[in-house]
Design a protein around this ligand. Structure first.
Ligand SMILES: Nc1nc2c(ncn2[C@@H]2O[C@H](COP(=O)(O)OP(=O)(O)OP(=O)(O)O)[C@@H](O)[C@H]2O)c(=O)[nH]1
Ligand SMILES: [Mg+2]
Length: 320
């Protein structure tokens, strides 16, 4: 059975509309080829159930490197695994002024996880530390697991480039569901296994078009946008999310992609026809919006968010 070298899907040349299609004896499926060379994205026929099944096949004694983007710190499935290194990815997207030790302590206190690496694959930051950590566990199988887009395949490509003489390049992209099946890569000391990312059911990325997908994707260090707010008011992010606030006096700091337009609105009912969710935040809490980013508040505030029904929004203690 031939598998695509980019995404792991079983290759076939019978149905052009199905995953894994190749026209000749190529090693990359058509979807990966188009994505790689033309940045052209096609949705897959696979779904979250398929991906979760793969996670269930991970042997108990394997090491799991669980990746979570520094922007959303999503670790929904981490408790499934026993031997875990939590790898906070995309460190370069958070402001440099925040110390790693602060991020580490925050995670220890709020998520009760001990073995943490904070890395950036793009900047080659802390990859030696992660690699040595993996090696020190002496496991023959090392699975890379985490949400879609958390940076698994990008990290594996970097590890292969930095520490081996292999020439393998897994497909990576800013779009969700890039890796479609397990990919095993034998190295000298252990086998690395890439897995398809879990798709957060409560995520915007299931609903929006490719243009907006590009915009919500944070590409470089976030420049936080600060709003001094008082009494009642409203803000709108692009055309998909409205925030109504009620507070005495507050600072509201947005950590979302700087490509997204945020506008203050007055006496305007835009987006009020979308489903509403209500939140009451204490002092020093964040509102985390899945796959978008987070909003830090300094003081108490009441919030109504109008957006797509499924978008998962949670509160947490201030991360920064
Ligand atoms: N800024 C920044 N972006 C990164 C980093 N690592 C990965 N990315 C970007 O994040 C996006 C997703 O990367 P992938 O490696 O495809 O993510 P994945 O976890 O393999 O995604 P799936 O295969 O869908 O599960 C790409 O646009 C990468 O360029 C990083 O360290 N810093
Ligand atoms: Mg991948």
């Amino acid at each position: 059975m031939n598998k695509c070298l980019g995404c792991g899907i079983v290759l076939q040349n019978e149905d052009i509309t199905k995953d894994g299609y190749v026209s000749s004896d190529k090693k990359l499926c058509q979807r990966c080829f188009r994505l790689k060379h033309y940045n052209e994205y096609h949705k897959t026929n696979k779904n979250n159930q398929d991906y979760l099944k793969i996670l269930d096949t991970i042997p108990k004694n394997a090491l799991v490197v669980y990746l979570s983007s520094a922007i959303d710190l999503n670790m929904d499935y981490i408790t499934k695994f026993k031997n875990v290194i939590l790898c906070i990815t995309k460190r370069d997207l958070l402001p440099k002024s925040i110390k790693d030790s602060k991020i580490r302590n925050y995670i220890k206190e709020n998520y009760n996880i001990e073995n943490i690496e904070i890395i950036s694959s793009i900047k080659n930051y802390n990859l030696d530390s992660l690699y040595n950590n993996i090696k020190s566990k002496n496991k023959s199988l090392v699975y890379f697991v985490g949400n879609t887009n958390s940076g698994k395949s990008t990290l594996i490509n970097k590890i292969i480039k930095n520490y081996t003489d292999k020439e393998i390049e897994l497909t990576t992209s800013l779009y969700p569901e890039t890796t479609l099946d397990k990919i095993e890569i034998p190295l000298k000391d252990f086998v690395i296994v890439d897995t398809p990312g879990i798709v957060n059911n409560g995520s915007l990325i299931n609903l929006i078009d490719n243009n907006l997908l590009k915009k919500i994707n944070v590409k470089k260090e976030i420049k936080p946008r600060v709003y001094q707010i008082k009494n009642r008011g409203s803000l709108i992010i692009e055309n998909f999310l409205r925030i109504d606030y009620e507070t005495k006096e507050n600072s509201m700091i947005m950590y979302i992609s700087n490509s997204l337009n945020i506008t203050r609105i007055i006496k305007n009912d835009r987006l009020k026809n979308m489903p509403k969710k209500h939140f009451e935040l204490n002092k020093n809490q964040d509102l985390v919006i899945a796959n978008l980013g987070f909003i830090k508040f300094v003081n108490e505030v009441k919030i109504d968010i109008y957006t797509y029904e499924i978008v998962k929004i949670e509160t947490r203690n201030n991360f920064i």
